[in-house]
Write a protein that binds this ligand. Structure first.
Ligand code: ZN
Ligand code: ZN
Ligand code: FE
Length: 799
């Protein structure tokens, strides 16, 4: 008779503890020989040595092994000791492991010879999870800094508690031959540690030392290509020398290559921008230690803990007024993307350079991060002066993850290294293997595994605008399927007919005879927010972003939906306006300002006495203006959008004409940063009803805004009044919808919620009105989270 004991916890941000293992079930066990099945992130985290040492401590006999269902322990002893053993597994397991369930199955009495670790075994129809790449642990660091240790200053030191995982693994179960460490034959010392069950490096798959492991090399860029300059011994000092001489260094990291340079040196950082062809999007900075971060930025305890955690993401922090960062690190931006060294190589480099380094993905503007040595050297030859490389191959790319604390909680804005491939737990079990192809921008993929409630999101892939990103996308898709042995029976993609992800999904599904669900973009945002909160609705979904293809063929982006993953209704939206010049209006926010002014003021728009109207006519000329606002074209030709992102663009363009949005969300960000701390009265927005839906009209807001602008009220105050008005109107719309349908849960999703003010204030206002508010934490609120929503929708709908 099977007696499963299952518990779960769904907070992968922190190493989780199983909370409520029922003890009564154990006390009544009919036998003292048990199979204990552990599922979750249990491989590659030091579980087997932990179990081995524990079993010996409790004097139990039996075996432990990894298989592709997780960890399987068979153990025999008197029941009391078994119970203590299981409680110890639950309470004291390795900190990076995430235990999803402990399942106990009584077995007939057997005979054992002590306790042994068995070789890994493959089973069919099961799966397990693999830990993400983890920052080097403190024990390894102190060995690395110990002059008498055999791994003194060895940049590839790791143990079962730390080191690369996801980026080196080729297939599961996670064993050395299935990683890019397989070419390195272990020396006798390393092998001894690897085979000693009580050792910290017992079955640490990437274990290595200077005698047997990967090695460094330093190359110098010359007009004829890369020339070898330094070997393993001299590479780091030479790299530090190059950085001190204002050079740009190409650096092989964990999930790909970075370009690094002195973050204090304006000329070099500006040169890096020129070479990367990236004009304004901020660069991340890697600091030698927390003290250095504190000198440049403001960070609270939670932010510091995250920076120093094994996940070691980039955390967006507010710059101190006296911050000595070069202006080009993050132009006109009050925030800095800060991180700490996470690989041993970073530690060695930063401890010798002793100052913060710009550390930005090695690519040219829109390309994916380079991660293969040959390809990186080829692609980045013009961008870097020197290259610090090594021969431990990166099998899978992973950018640095990006987090920001907003409204009292850490939010992941980009989920990649340190988090992938940890699953996100969702409310409903997947009825089959579901693969979601994601949206167009900031793409990720998502795999839902049959009979579980785990969704595996891929690493951040990027905007599917170039051949190279599309190639990276296809590699990521195939790796995800291969790694988790997916037998995909259902697929999902965006509703947008022109997205390359949609085309690829359609082709792939046709080839493989798999049904495909087209999920509306904002419905997917909504479903993603419900899913990561372990809910399945009904709820009110407030989905605010730049662009998404609507069910009616127009461009949506200021949507209030109701329902859940299975179905949604569009309960409210921002009044749609034409986008002058179509897609061009996304890159040129002034077009949206023109559209709104024309919508609100008609022909009078051109004679408004604002700087914006004067400037725009001067810049583009009366004739072009006339053509853009031609009544017939305006009303019949331009696509309509209800996008809130575009409304932000319009307001930003009016407040500081001349801004050209260089990266998505810039206009909205500038409005956010500009705001004064003091509250200002909200601008009025009107809420109208049409065909049973609520329409949010900003006409009155624009009247008030123009009046303020003519009266010389500062852009900062205007921005604050705009934000306050918008928050009040959205909260009021939710209240009206609740009056109709009784729904008291609101889920906030979409890229606009990267705006800290909007998220914080709307959460406050909804809470004050008695709503339970769900927001994103683990999964990006932007399009990086859309694939999760697609997978959940397909699972709820597809048959
Ligand atoms: Zn370690
Ligand atoms: Zn060795
Ligand atoms: Fe979106």
């Amino acid at each position: 008779m099977n007696s499963p004991v299952e518990t779960s916890d769904s907070n992968p941000i922190q190493a989780c503890q199983l909370a409520n293992l029922p003890t009564c079930q154990l006390a009544n066990l009919p036998t003292c020989h048990l199979a204990i099945r552990l599922t979750g992130t249990v491989q590659g985290v030091g579980f087997r040595p932990f179990i081995y040492n524990l079993a010996r401590e409790y004097q139990l006999e039996g075996t432990v092994r990894n298989d592709n269902g997780g960890v399987l322990i068979q153990v025999q002893s008197p029941p009391e000791r078994l119970q203590a053993f299981i409680h110890a597994i639950r309470d004291h397991h390795p900190p990076i492991a995430v235990l999803d369930s402990i399942r106990l199955t009584p077995l007939p009495v057997a005979s054992y010879d002590g306790f042994r670790i068995l070789p890994s075994e493959r089973l069919d129809d099961t799966h397990t999870t693999l830990p993400p790449d983890l920052a080097v642990c403190s024990e390894c660091l102190s060995e690395m800094n110990d002059p008498v240790d055999r791994r003194f200053e060895y940049p590839f030191i790791n143990c079962t508690h730390c080191g690369p995982r996801w980026t080196i693994v080729q297939s599961l179960p996670y064993d050395r031959p299935a990683t890019t460490m397989s070419p390195f034959e272990m020396c006798p010392d390393c092998r001894h540690e690897y085979e000693t069950p009580s050792d910290r490096r017992f079955h640490a798959q990437p274990t290595a030392c200077p005698k047997c492991g990967p090695r460094l090399a330093l190359l110098i860029a010359t007009p004829d290509g890369w020339q070898p300059q330094g070997d393993h011994q001299t590479a780091i000092p030479q790299a530090v020398q190059a950085l001190s001489e204002h050079k740009i260094l190409l650096l092989q990291g964990i999930g790909g290559f970075h370009l690094a340079c002195d973050a204090r040196d304006e000329a070099t950082v500006a040169e890096l921008r020129r070479r990367k062809q990236r004009l304004e999007k901020p660069f991340a900075v890697m600091f030698p230690d927390l003290d250095a971060i504190r000198r440049w930025c403001e960070a609270d305890g939670e932010e510091e803990a995250l920076l120093a955690s094994i996940r070691a993401p980039i955390v967006l922090l507010r710059k101190r007024p006296e911050c000595p960062a070069a202006e080009s690190v993050a132009p006109e931006n009050p925030l800095i993307g800060a991180m700490l060294p996470y690989s041993p190589l970073h530690h060695l480099l930063l401890s010798k350079f002793k100052a913060p380094l710009v550390m930005t993905s090695a690519n040219q503007s829109d390309e994916p991060i380079a991660y293969k040595v040959k390809e990186a050297l080829l692609r980045l030859h013009g961008a870097a002066d020197a290259a610090l490389i090594h021969n431990r191959e990166i099998h899978v790319f992973a950018d640095d993850s990006v987090a920001r604390k907003i409204s009292g909680s850490i939010r992941l804005l980009r989920r990649s290294r340190g988090y992938v491939p940890e699953p996100v737990k969702v409310a409903a079990r997947f009825r089959r293997d579901v693969l979601a192809f994601g949206p167009h921008l900031k793409n990720t993929l998502c795999l839902g595994k049959k009979d579980g409630n785990q969704a595996f999101l891929s690493q951040h892939i990027g905007d599917l605008d170039s051949e190279s990103v599309i190639e990276a996308y296809q590699r990521a898709r195939d790796h995800l399927r291969h790694l988790f042995e997916a037998r995909v029976e259902l697929a999902a993609c965006d509703l947008h007919p022109d997205y390359i992800s949609t085309t690829l999904a359609e082709e792939w599904c046709q080839e493989n005879g798999i049904p495909l669900v087209h999920a509306q973009h904002h419905h997917a945002h909504f479903a993603a927010c419900l899913a990561e909160n372990g809910e399945s609705g009904p709820a009110i979904g407030i989905c605010l972003d730049g662009t998404g293809y609507g069910s009616d063929g127009t461009i949506w982006g200021g949507e209030i939906l109701t329902g859940g993953p299975a179905a949604f209704q569009r309960a409210g939206y921002l009044l749609p306006v034409p986008m002058p010049g179509g897609e061009l209006a996304v890159k040129q926010p002034w077009r949206m300002a023109l559209a709104w002014l024309h919508q609100v003021f008609g022909r009078c728009a051109r004679t408004l006495q604002t700087d914006f109207t004067r400037n725009v006519e001067r810049e583009i000329g009366a004739q072009t203006l006339e053509m853009l606002l031609n009544e017939y074209i305006f009303e019949n030709i331009y696509p309509l959008t209800s996008s809130l992102g575009r409304l932000f663009d319009a307001v930003a363009a009016m407040l500081f004409f001349g801004i050209r949005s260089q990266f998505e969300g810039q206009a909205a960000s500038q409005l956010e940063w500009l705001m004064p701390a003091s509250a200002e009265p909200p601008y009025p927005f009107d809420i109208e009803r049409a065909n049973g839906r609520l329409i949010l009209s900003p006409a009155a807001m624009f009247h008030a805004l123009v009046k303020d602008q003519i009266a010389g009220i500062s852009a900062a105050v205007i921005s604050r009044r705009f934000h306050e008005g918008l928050v009040a109107a959205l909260a009021e719309m939710c209240r009206l919808i609740r009056d109709d349908n009784g729904c008291k849960t609101a889920a906030l999703s979409g890229g606009c919620f990267q705006n800290a003010f909007l998220l914080t204030r709307l959460e406050e206002e909804l809470t004050a009105r008695g709503f339970r508010v769900l927001t994103h934490h683990l999964v990006p609120t932007g399009d990086g989270g859309v694939s999760l929503g697609q997978a959940v929708i397909a699972n709820a709908q597809g048959d």
